[in-house]
Design a protein around this ligand. Structure first.
Ligand code: LRH
Ligand code: MN
Ligand code: MN
Length: 388
């Protein structure tokens, strides 16, 4: 038997971080379809993020991407967020949109390019100081396209050296979250391709270096929940970049392609003690909404995470443990599936009501008139970054 009151209490503490770039226009290599009312600057992105939080109650922080969200005064941006009931979350670095980075950034063979990339990462920590953000999220587009193009080991040495310099710069209460991705834009060898490589670097660096799992960054069929369980067990799971994929790094709404996978991941989080606030795991979205309306898509994503979490919390852990110890294969599987197959929509509606949030976030947002207002007021929305 699961304690429903405890499940609800846990759900009320949930926090999902939304990415500033999901509010902007984005697309594929082929076309960016501009939408009416899209934010023109980081301030307007925060206005939209505040709506997501207002209608879900569980999206209190917003991740920034530098330089996409470059402003003169980051402390003022943080204050602007606060005035809207938000906080600024992870600062995402960007060492992939400059001509100099053709052969990589902190793994580049030329020391001058490495210096430039490192200076950017250090600037991101300065921004964290100003915004009060605790996490620096690092993803490197570094890698090679052809065997022999560069020395794989030397690139690892450069990576370790660069990361160490940034690690040293981290202040009290600041962490470095290292994100891996198995391919793209490099096609032969990526310098941080998998959790093992990220973990090895983090282990050398120290406890403030943690691995971030972007759910879209694995080969098809990868058992992501196993990675989550392992990193949690080792105390090195820093957070998630949630999204869905059908093929590659699709950045679709989390829980859209494979809600069962999202449940399995959230179950391992709950099982490993990662859901408690003290665990410090950042539950971030990393998505792009190319053809669908952005704010409703982000609200839907937050709801999907919330529902998957509710199901994970509903797993009858005692019954599961009994079945596992008894070697009852089908019984154990049935306990897990019972939780997954539970319709939790009424439960989460109740949780919202208890939090003073409308039980139907999407309908409430549609009625709020915000979409019409921004479409009328904002002309010339900003692109999220791709193809800019
Ligand atoms: C890389 C990535 C990384 C970037 C984001 C925009 O594919 O997942 O997190 O910062 O996309
Ligand atoms: Mn990501
Ligand atoms: Mn990605």
């Amino acid at each position: 038997m699961t304690d429903l009151a405890a499940v609800k209490a846990a759900l009320r503490t949930q926090a999902v971080e939304t990415p500033s770039w999901a509010y902007g226009n984005s697309g594929t290599r082929f076309k960016v379809f501009a939408q009416a009312g899209v934010p023109r600057d980081p301030w307007e992105k925060l206005q939209d993020a505040a709506k997501v939080h207002e209608f879900t109650g569980v999206a209190p922080t917003v991740a920034l991407h530098i330089p996409w969200d470059r402003v003169e005064d980051y402390a003022a941006l943080a204050k602007y967020a606060e005035e809207r009931g938000l906080r600024l979350g992870a600062i995402n670095s960007n060492t992939f949109q400059d001509d100099d980075y053709r052969l990589g950034s902190i793994c580049h063979p030329d020391a001058a390019v490495r210096r430039k990339a490192l200076d950017h990462l250090l600037e991101c920590v300065d921004i964290m100081d100003a915004t009060g953000s605790g996490d620096l999220k690092l993803w490197f587009a570094d890698g090679t396209n052809y065997p022999g193009q560069d020395d794989i080991r030397a690139r690892q040495d450069r990576l370790a050296e660069g990361l160490a310099e940034v690690y040293e710069r981290l202040g009290e209460g600041q962490r470095m979250l290292l994100e891996y991705k198995f391919f793209e834009p490099a096609f032969y060898a990526t310098d941080v391709p998998d959790w093992g490589t990220a973990y090895a670097h983090c282990l050398k660096l120290g406890p403030k270096a943690q691995v971030v799992v972007d759910t879209g960054h694995h080969a098809p069929g990868t058992n992501i929940e196993f990675i989550v369980a392992t990193l949690l067990r080792e105390g090195r799971l820093g957070g998630f970049d949630f999204n869905s994929r059908f093929y590659a790094d699709d950045d679709l709404m989390v829980g859209a392609a494979d809600p069962f996978q999202l449940f399995r991941i959230m179950y391992e989080v709950v099982r490993g003690g990662g859901f408690a606030a003290e665990a410090g795991i950042a539950f971030m979205l990393d998505q792009c909404h190319n053809i669908e309306a952005k704010i409703p898509a982000i609200i839907r994503s937050v709801m999907n995470v919330q529902e998957a979490t509710a199901k994970a919390l509903l797993v009858d852990r005692a019954a599961l443990a009994d079945a596992q110890v008894a070697g009852d294969v089908l019984g154990a599987n049935a306990v897990l599936m019972d939780a997954y197959n539970t319709d939790v929509r009424t439960l989460v509606r109740e949780v919202r009501g208890e939090m003073g949030v409308d039980p139907e976030p999407l309908a409430a947002y549609a009625l709020s008139g915000w979409a019409e207002r921004i479409a009328a007021e904002r002309v010339g929305g900003q692109q999220a970054g791709w193809g800019a």
